[in-house]
Design a protein around this ligand. Structure first.
Ligand code: SAM
Length: 202
């Protein structure tokens, strides 16, 4: 799978791409990630990506132009046709494991992280196929939300998690939760591993 991530704080994402399951997926070539910084597509010398909201109100709004240009460049560099473009938003559809499974079947995604009060609505209307929320709370930016989506999707890609069986039995995969896990030592303080797990019958 190829992923383009649009963010004005690409370093927040870069470090996450080096570690753990996502890091391994990137290193093995199972997951390609290219970062697009809207500041590089700003039209003025100050690299402006935000402006005051029409109609007043607090905070700044990300301008549609640099975001749209970033998404166009991501689509141009995307190795497959028609990547699905997702704007991370607390107002979006709730992200779930079943949605992650559907996204993992796609060849390419473009994830767009907002900042400040959010992004110009016209950007969403023109470019986003989907608005996704990772929960009913407000983050200061979409980068962590994009990484939540990327991490969840990456571990569902074929070959990324060593034993595919471990994915099947995980929480939320089939409407149930995972079972409790134990490892050595057999006795921790006064707490013993349940006998049924020590009988050698898998
Ligand atoms: N003013 C917006 C509102 O009340 O709906 C919140 C903007 S938030 C401070 C800035 C950015 O963080 C958003 O544009 C979005 O990309 C991201 N974000 C915040 N909470 C999120 C969530 N729960 N899920 C996904 N993205 C989120």
């Amino acid at each position: 799978m190829w992923t383009g991530i649009v963010s004005i704080f690409p370093n927040l994402i870069r470090n996450t791409l080096k570690e753990g399951v996502v890091g391994r997926a990137v290193a093995n070539g199972d997951l390609g990630v290219t970062l697009f910084d809207p500041r590089e597509y700003a039209e003025d010398t100050h690299k402006t990506v935000d402006d005051r909201p029409f109609g007043g109100g607090p905070g700044m709004v990300m301008m549609a132009g640099p975001l749209s240009a970033s998404v166009s460049e991501a689509r141009r560099l995307c190795p497959s046709e028609n990547p699905v473009t997702i704007y991370l938003s607390p107002q979006g559809t709730r992200f779930t494991q079943s949605l992650a499974t559907k996204l993992a079947a796609l060849p390419a995604l473009i994830l767009v992280a907002g900042r400040y009060e959010g992004v110009d609505e016209r950007f969403i209307e023109r470019e986003a196929d989907l608005e996704l929320s990772i929960g009913d709370y407000v983050l200061s930016g979409g980068e962590l939300a994009a990484m939540v989506v990327l991490d969840t999707v990456a571990r569902l890609l074929p070959g990324v998690v060593g034993n595919p069986e471990s994915i099947k039995s995980e929480s939320h995969m089939d409407g149930l939760l995972d079972f409790p896990h134990y490892t050595r030592p057999r006795k921790f303080g006064g707490d013993r591993v349940p006998d049924v797990l020590l009988q050698g019958d898998h």
